[in-house]
Design a protein around this ligand. Sequence first.
Ligand code: UD1
Ligand code: CA
Length: 454
Amino acid sequence: MRVSVVILAAGRGTRMLSSHVPKVLHTIGGKSLLDHVVSAAQSLDPENIFVVYGHQGDVLREQSSHLPVTWVLQEEQLGTGHALIQVMPHVKIHQQLIVLSGDVPLISSFTLRELLRVSSQNHVGVVTANVDDPAGLGRIVRDHQGNFLAIVEHKDATHAQRSITEVNSGIYCFPTACLSHWLSQVNANNAQKELYLTDVLGIALQEGVKVNTVLPQHNHEILGVNDRIQLALVERCYQKQRAELLMLQGVTLRDPARVDIRGELVVGQDSVIDCNVIFEDKVSIGVNCFIGSNCIIKNSVIGDGVIIKANSMIEDSVVEDHCHIGPFARIRPDSYLEQYSHVGNFVEIKKSRLGHSSKVNHLSYIGDASVGHRVNIGAGTITCNYDGVNKHQTTIGDGAFIGSGTELVAPVEVGAGAFIGAGSTITQHAPPHELTLARVKQETIKDWKRREKK
Ligand code: UD1
Ligand code: CA
């Protein structure tokens, strides 16, 4: 049977206390809750993915326009059962319909496949879990033989039912043939005056359809995000999972609880990552690298044997093998550091290429520059790339030596092997293999006296 997926995401998310962001746009690992759930759905290669939306729907659709989904409006949020009713006109009969919650982001494709396996034309499937703290969740009620009987919402549960620790994940698989018929029998006679989707399972059972339950591969997969405390909890679970995956691939994490991965990350073997490093977007790091604490690396490619010392930031850039960066270095977008180049403390590089084995070790700004091989740039060098209106290029040839405190007023070129005296303000072409100085001459005033206080 073909599979389609419905993701319920229309709820108000009242407990988030978020008037500007729809609940499912809050992020885990830099990706929205809805993005996570859609990824899980896609892993089943379904015929269709429907997202039921409503509350703050315009923002949600606009921010999620990259998702390959069919949007279905639920104008009034009258409950999870009512949400599914909105989708039924779009659903083909004789399919399996997986229902996911937009606020349960860590569900794995493994568990969803298990769910499909226990479901069929006359078997409804539901993912349940045994948890320490079931408060707030729907309870799974069973008979003495352990057969499924019904789901009872926390608010509707008796005292005895509240002691049940097996809970509903909100993730189901229904055969579509009778689903509309079952949904039409759901009513709002409950504590929340809502049409509960959970009631469908009891109804299906009464109509002779069996309900099968499956446990998730890991319990954290069914964690829901209803408030900011749960959001933080789910984030930590997700990060733990990512960190463990890295360690299983031969990467050393000084403390797996203190690394944040917000995107795609590949790290080679024997690389070591110190505490509090953040990776964003798409990052790849080679083998034998060291990333010091508090570094932020975003959308960049780092080669092998690279050392990035503490408190450095790298964004939209390429760092080739064996470079040394930091501490306290900032590599801004469109920079390219060739192998063995060094960028030291309090150095900012922007939209520049640094040739192999070149060094900018202290307190410098290199922007819109092309720097050759084996160039040494002294402390406090500044490329004056901006004239107040436009940006201009600086070109420095191979083997040049730029003395400390030099200002290179762009557009300007320093020839290969040129030597620039410290403190120069270079405004014109500095010829190759010559010493160029451009500074006020030192002068000593004879018999000069300090003023005295009257
Ligand atoms: C729901 C289940 C509960 C389960 C829990 C697991 C019901 C009645 N209860 O409770 O048994 O233990 O999930 O996380 O289903 N939504 C809509 N339209 C609506 C109402 C909700 O689209 O009218 C969406 C929400 O955006 C959310 C999902 O459905 O993504 C679940 O709704 P929520 O209100 O969070 O239900 P819970 O109280 O968590
Ligand atoms: Ca919920």
